[in-house]
Design a protein around this ligand. Structure first.
Ligand code: FAD
Length: 530
């Protein structure tokens, strides 16, 4: 069963070994477990719905609570403290386009707003109703989750957009295919959510971002249906798919996605390579991608993340043994770990591995085989469960990300991390901050920053600490010329920084699309544009 106040399935726990807890304590100070609000207490405080009873609308407090938040840091503080700013007034589970049209009519007549909801894994406040909004209904799309068609000649699959990652891959695997879109939230996030947030999977270098994979589909908008034919390419004016990608539930509801699929790969392997420092690793990664070596993933941790990853794994004896070996070869404090993925048929995977390994060695890389890569692969969807464990031990954790041209990336990563650390100092607290290069392109790279700090006894104080760090980091992102989000989207948390990226005219263009498709402002108020 899904956890009501944290990440993932209740049956799964990320155990934090004593040595890892001691490591965190040495960096941030001793933390204490703080009490969380009880489910019964929160349910008792869910306000009465502001809409008249309707047979098709669930007003069950537990369902309204489940749909009141996503997975952002403010959501975590709200879930665990019980202070949720707003709840949807009801939840509906549409099963077809006709249903959705009915809910558009209902919302128009009742003066209500509608929030499309996929898996609820947004980390930036995409699905939260706001206290100032009109009565709100959440449209949970999870019942629209089937594979409708597989065109094996064109390698195109049509899915209902509420399908989640595991169900989608299972349906394709039965025919020998894969979609290959593996965000870390894969267990719970959905095709519609990926499209609406411009999501990126861990092996996007091989399979492509969702923009590359979304060939077409069907969108129900308050002004009528929009068909997006799956054309391999088209010069017929602007690409309407690009207006739906990243539309954050504001322009319409994606009900079906036609996606590009591939034969399941023969080989899907991951290797660990150590560099003397982050910069030499980054130089190797850039050369690999600019030489178009067909690898599937290049994930380069900085020194602090390399250290933290090893320490939090809890495999103390193995780590001590590896540490001695690495030191003997001269890989010391600044060492930086690259996880290299190769995916596809055996011959191209072999070629990709050998070419990437040779480039890495040229930059001082030490290729250590598959042990680290296998562990990474095994835990790739377990890592988010660490959030539950850390929170319960008294630590908060959040991530942020951006993308920039190569020429700016490493200095920007340093400036963002400094900004986070400095923002916490006035509170007499220390943040543990680290980063990795996560998605690579010939012209640039995305930077993914993780930061941890101690929770305060007062949840508002924990939120104030986060606000100070988040806004300091976001200002640096903007001043360095980075995007406010490479993969998480805008939601509520990044809304203040959108205009810096799009410009005033750009925001007017987005607003005019909203006006064309949803003139009565029925959908997801306050997201992307006012
Ligand atoms: C632990 C964790 C790890 C993550 N890792 C990654 C990662 O590796 N890569 C990445 O890209 N993201 C990641 N995310 C962020 C998140 O998973 C993505 O933004 C994801 O695409 C959201 O999908 P969802 O189905 O959960 O959408 P939701 O959170 O339910 O909704 C997100 C937005 O999409 C809209 N929406 C949802 N479905 C539809 C639809 N059918 N039609 C129109 N609008 C719709 C909603 O209105 C909302 O605005 C992570 C999140 C967590 C919590």
């Amino acid at each position: 069963m899904r956890r009501w106040n944290g990440w993932g399935d209740e049956a799964t726990t990320y155990h934090l070994p004593a040595s890892a807890a001691a490591y965190l304590e040495s960096l941030m100070g001793a933390a204490q477990s703080l009490p969380d609000a009880s489910l019964d207490g929160i349910l008792a405080a869910v306000p009465a719905p502001r809409l008249p009873p309707h047979a098709g609308i669930s007003t069950d407090p537990a369902e309204r609570l489940h749909h009141a938040h996503g997975q952002s840091l403010p959501d975590w503080v709200a879930m665990r403290s019980g202070h949720l700013p707003a709840f949807p007034d009801g939840v509906v589970y549409p099963t077809c386009d006709q249903d959705l049209r009915g809910w558009f009519d209902y919302a128009r007549n009742a003066g209500a707003r509608l929030i499309p909801y996929g898996g609820g894994t947004s980390v930036v406040g995409h699905i939260n109703p706001r206290p100032q909004d009109a009565p709100t209904i959440t449209l949970d799309l999870s019942r629209q989750n089937c594979l409708l068609n597989l065109d094996e000649t064109s390698l195109l699959a049509t899915f209902e957009a509420g399908v989640n990652g595991p169900d989608l891959e299972r349906a394709l695997a039965a025919h020998g295919y894969t979609f290959g879109h593996f965000p870390q939230s894969w267990e719970l996030s959905t095709l519609g959510g990926w499209i609406a947030t411009r999501s990126s999977g861990q092996q996007s270098y091989h399979y492509g971002r969702i923009e590359d994979l979304f060939a077409g589909g069907h969108v129900e908008t308050p002004e009528g249906p929009l068909e997006l034919p799956p054309l391999p390419a088209s010069a017929a004016g602007p690409d309407l798919r690009q207006m739906i990608l990243g539309s954050e539930g504001r322009f319409g509801i994606v009900t079906r996605g036609i996606v590009r699929v591939r034969k399941s790969p023969e080989v899907d392997r991951f290797y660990g390579i150590f560099f003397h420092d982050w910069q030499s690793g980054a130089d190797a990664v850039r050369e690999i991608v600019q030489s178009a070596v067909p690898v599937s993933m290049l994930r380069l941790s900085d020194a602090r993340e390399t250290e933290a990853t090893l320490r939090l794994s809890g495999k103390d004896r193995l780590i001590a043994y590896a540490d001695r070996g690495l030191r003997a070869f001269g890989y010391r404090a600044g060492r930086s770990l690259l996880i290299l993925g190769v995916t596809g048929d055996s011959a191209s995977a072999r070629f990709a591995y050998h070419t990437a390994a040779a480039i890495s060695r040229k930059h001082g890389g030490l290729v250590t085989g598959q042990t680290i890569g296998k562990t990474w692969r095994k835990n790739r969807f377990l890592a988010p469960y660490l959030r539950n464990t850390l929170w319960e031990r008294g630590y908060a954790i959040d991530t942020l990300e951006t993308a920039l041209p190569w020429s700016k990336a490493i200095p920007a990563a340093a400036a963002i991390q400094d900004a986070i650390r400095n923002a916490l100092e006035p509170f007499n607290e220390r943040a543990l901050v680290f980063a990795h290069l996560s998605h690579v392109y010939p012209d640039g790279v995305s930077i993914y920053v993780t930061y941890l700090w101690r929770r305060a006894a007062d949840p508002d104080q924990t939120l104030a600490h986060w606000q100070a760090m988040k806004s300091a980091a976001s200002s640096v992102v903007v001043s360095c010329g980075g995007t406010i989000s490479h993969q998480h989207g805008v939601g509520l948390d990044h809304a203040p920084y959108l205009q810096a990226e799009k410009g005033e005219l750009g925001i007017r263009m987005i607003e005019s699309v909203r006006q064309s498709l949803d003139p009565d402002r029925l959908l997801n108020p306050g997201k992307l544009v006012a």
